[in-house]
Structures are given as structure tokens and as C-alpha cells.
Design a protein around this ligand. Sequence first.
Ligand SMILES: [Mg+2]
Length: 263
Amino acid sequence: MRRIFLALITSTFILGCSSVATDSKQNMEQENLTLATIWYQNSPEVKALYYQGFNIAQERVQEFQKQKSDRPKAVVVDLDETMIDNSPFQGKMIETGKPFTPEMWDEWVTLEKAEAMPGAVEFTQFCKMQGIEVIYLSNRTVGQQQATMSNMHKLGFAFVKPENFYLKDTTSKKEPRRRRISENFDIILLLGDNLNDFAQVFEDRYEDWGKANVDGQRQQFGRKFIVFPNPMYGEWEKNIYSYERVKDEETRFSMRRETLKSF
Ligand SMILES: [Mg+2]
């Protein structure tokens, strides 16, 4: 009896180990996202950075209020990781070891469970009181507009109406949509977590990752462009992989290591 019991324990242990080994191998695929996602979800520094960004944005709105304009004034804001938090989607990628797919993203968007970034809802309410329009310029797709609006409505955002949403239809480039917004509004301020949220000049990143373009526009940051942190994903990542879709994790791992500076 004792022998059978021991055998059972041993086989359970071996089985247990092999399933852990399989799990960890599968889950290594997105493991590199873990620390960035934990930082984004938990560190009070992230909360402080969003408050800081929206406080500056509010001051800038008050400044711009003193200037005359021939058109109504508008603030153009990105959505994901600017106004709303999708980090549980990153959490799901890490947990399952699966890469981004449009289907999995759509599943998350349809749940309408994104939360508001700290200070974001209040900022839109402040703009409303000031008589300044908030325009949502995002690369969520037009097919996701209903779920996105419903999600944001529940969170208390102002200006949740179809005409204020400029979502992705044919192109992910934002410049054509910014031009359309400019036909009706004087864009006084832009908010985003990706430089492409601000101006076309940032879309080509070149070998220096676009840093020279940032130097060229340095006067605009904190004045016309308000930047929020996103260490989880973004255009910045593409330089690591030389703008190629590298699929296997081993190559991605070594490309990340090659990118690192050390001494
Ligand atoms: Mg974004």
C-alpha cells in the first residue's frame, strides 16, 4: 500500500514538473513584456506621470484660451494608453504566451473593460467647462467605435459622441485625419503615448530611432505635445527588429540583446 502511495506521489510529481516545464516554455514567448506591464499597472510613478501630463495640459488650455482664433479650439487626444488603460490585454498576452492578433484585440475591446488613465476623465470635463472640444483620434478601428464609445461613456468621459471620434478606416497614419480635424478646428494641443500621435514628422524613425526629430521639435513638448509613458509597446519597438516581422522568439531575444548598451 505504502509502495503504491509512493509511486502515485512520484508520478504526480513528475507529471507536475513536465506540465510546469511546458507551461513555462510556452509562456516565455511574451515574457519580455512582464516587467514593463507590472510597472505600468502598479507603480505610483505611472499614476504621477499621468497626473503630471494632464495638469500641464490643463494649464496649456488656460493659456491658449487667451489667444484669439478664427475657428473653435480643440484638443486632440489619442485613446489607448493615453486616455484609457489596456494593460490587461498585455497581461493576457503574457499569461497565454500568445502574440498580438487583431482577433484577440477585438475580443478585449468588445469587453468594454478598459479603465480610465488617472486624470483623463477630469481633463475632458475641464475642457468642456472651458468650451474647448476634445477630439478622439485613435487607431482603434471604425468597427470598434460602438464598443469604445460605450466603454468611455461608462467611465464618464465628456464628448463621447460619434462626430468626435476619428478612428482607423483605411490607414493607420494619423496625418490625414488631423488635416480633416483642422478644417473645422484650431488644434491647440495634442496628447499621446506615441510620437506619431503628434505630427507626421515623427512617423519615419530612421536609424537613430527618430531622436533627431525629437531634438528638432523639443520646444513643443509640454507646450503643444503632451507625452505619456508606454514601455509595453509602440512604434519605438520596431527599431529593435529592424522593421521586420521577426516571429521566432529566439531571434527576437538576440535582437533585443544586440540593441542593449552596456560597458
Ligand atoms: Mg496610444
